[in-house]
Design a protein around this ligand. Structure first.
Ligand code: GDP
Ligand code: FE
Ligand code: FE
Ligand code: FE
Length: 187
């Protein structure tokens, strides 16, 4: 599939604002890949597909979790977690992308993971700092991402966990595992 064909398929799944976001994540990820010596084509594809499943109905995820015998605890969560963790089911079936490093970058883009390849770290950060993002701390996140990828992953992980707790949100266990793997080490 060419990049244009991939873009056209993604566009059918996403509203215009979300489609614009994934293109900004792609551009940011490709820039970071060049900087950190990561495969730029993988960064491009992972950036474009990371939110592929974001706008699907809940029932699609519930069916996919059951049909693929994924962790049944996933049924206790929602789209925020599903679109990353379960997204690769749809990316494989509909986009025919099977590269496990790309699929892991999608799986981990929301919650992070104890182990993330440089590509997964880049997608995690590109999603957080793409030029359309505007929140307290985004400028610090952008500076850190250009200086030290691991410190940037720790920064995002710490701030996301603090945000969830401040807002009485449930913390997905993998989000907490990411915190334990990345944040204490970053001192
Ligand atoms: P987006 O898809 O580009 O909007 O960004 P993400 O995929 O990174 O995040 C989707 C949503 O998941 C955001 O609102 C995050 O705050 C939220 N999120 C991340 N980790 C957790 C978690 O552990 N629990 C819950 N409830 N939400 C989370
Ligand atoms: Fe996402
Ligand atoms: Fe994110
Ligand atoms: Fe995103």
């Amino acid at each position: 599939m060419t990049r244009d064909e991939l873009l056209a398929k993604i566009q059918t799944q996403l509203k215009p604002a979300r489609f614009a976001h994934v293109q900004r994540v792609e551009a940011t990820a490709v820039r970071l890949a060049a900087k950190y010596g990561v495969d730029q084509e993988k960064a491009s594809i992972a950036g474009l597909v990371h939110d592929y499943a974001k706008q699907r109905p809940d029932q699609d995820f519930i069916d996919a979790i059951k049909a693929n015998q994924l962790d049944p605890d996933l049924l206790n969560w929602n789209n925020a977690i599903w679109h990353g963790v379960v997204g690769p089911v749809f990316i494989k079936a509909e986009l025919h992308i099977y590269d496990e490093e790309i699929l892991d970058a999608v799986r981990y883009h929301t919650t992070g993971n104890r182990f993330m390849t440089p590509l997964a770290q880049i997608i995690y950060m590109a999603d957080y700092i793409e030029p359309g993002r505007d929140f307290d701390g985004v400028e610090q996140a952008r500076l850190l991402t250009d200086q030290d990828l691991a410190l940037a992953v720790a920064y995002q992980t710490k701030h996301t966990l603090a945000y969830l707790i401040a807002n009485n949100q449930p913390v997905y266990p993998k989000t907490l595992a990411t915190y334990n793997a990345w944040v204490p080490q970053s001192q």
